[in-house]
Design a protein around this ligand. Structure first.
Ligand code: PEP
Length: 247
């Protein structure tokens, strides 16, 4: 079963999430996808109540790199778990760029997430300059190795790697399937080299960046992919339901 992960970013009030789920849930086909809704923290309560431990999972979009205490405005791994999350996004490019998230912080967040039994959706991807200078595969390697430093192979079953080229996020531009396949292969090779061939084969890899109802079926056919991470196109329940139907 493929993953369809929705990143709502800083959108929706709890009331809007409630109305969204009322529209979306009747259109979710049981057993077709592994659907994960990465919601704003304020919407988790209503979503957790409505989803009631069923097939659709909730995810956070970030967590603090400390476990608890003097971190005003932050949200901890334990809080996310307790709010009903099964997943959390770590290292999204918006956090790396806008909030100056460092590799060390991303590594700490992953360890805290795993400690709290949250599955991690680790975002990696090259920016346009790296793509233009053909440094994309090197970028992926560095980002993955820094993020997964100190992890044991058996922890990889709780890691999803989301390949999200920064230039594709929210831009309407998408790589070709051939380009996606090259990157997915490179990601699996990093895991093979650093852990084992079995781990490289088994690691879950999804693609994210400007997926819409039109291009989703094509991207879904890229070899080696285990699913998709969708930002802008998840915000309208009708559009998102179309994507769910088409892939
Ligand atoms: C994202 O930000 O994770 C993302 C995939 O965004 P979009 O689909 O809007 O490009």
């Amino acid at each position: 079963m493929k993953y369809i992960i929705a990143n709502f970013k800083m959108n929706q009030t709890p009331q809007e999430t409630k109305e969204y789920l009322i529209r979306l849930l009747p259109k979710v086909e049981e057993g077709k996808h592994k659907l994960v809704l990465c919601l704003p923290a304020t919407s988790m309560g209503v979503a957790s109540f409505m989803l009631n431990g069923g097939e659709v999972s909730i995810g956070g979009q970030n967590l603090c790199d400390e476990e608890e205490g003097k971190c005003t405005g932050e949200i901890s791994g334990k809080m996310l778990k307790n709010a009903g999350c099964e997943f959390v996004i770590v290292g999204h490019s918006e956090r790396r760029v806008k909030f100056k998230e460092t590799a060390r912080s991303i590594n700490k967040k992953i360890k805290i997430a795993l400690k709290n039994r949250l599955k991690v959706i680790l975002c990696v991807g090259e920016n346009l300059a790296e793509r233009n200078t053909l440094k994309m595969l090197e970028t992926l390697k560095v980002q993955i190795e820094e993020a997964l430093k100190g992890l044991y192979e058996n922890e990889l079953e709780n890691i999803i790697i989301a390949y999200e080229p920064v230039w594709a996020i929210g831009s309407g531009k998408v790589p070709t399937n051939k380009e996606i396949e090259t990157s997915v292969k490179a990601i699996r090779k990093v895991i093979t080299d650093d852990f084992s061939a079995k781990a490289g084969e088994a690691i879950t890899v999804v693609y994210g960046g400007s997926i819409d109802a039109k291009n989703a079926p094509t991207i879904n056919r890229a070899k080696g992919l285990n699913g998709m991470l969708i930002g802008g196109s998840c915000l309208d329940a009708g559009t998102f339901a179309t994507i769910l139907r088409e892939v």
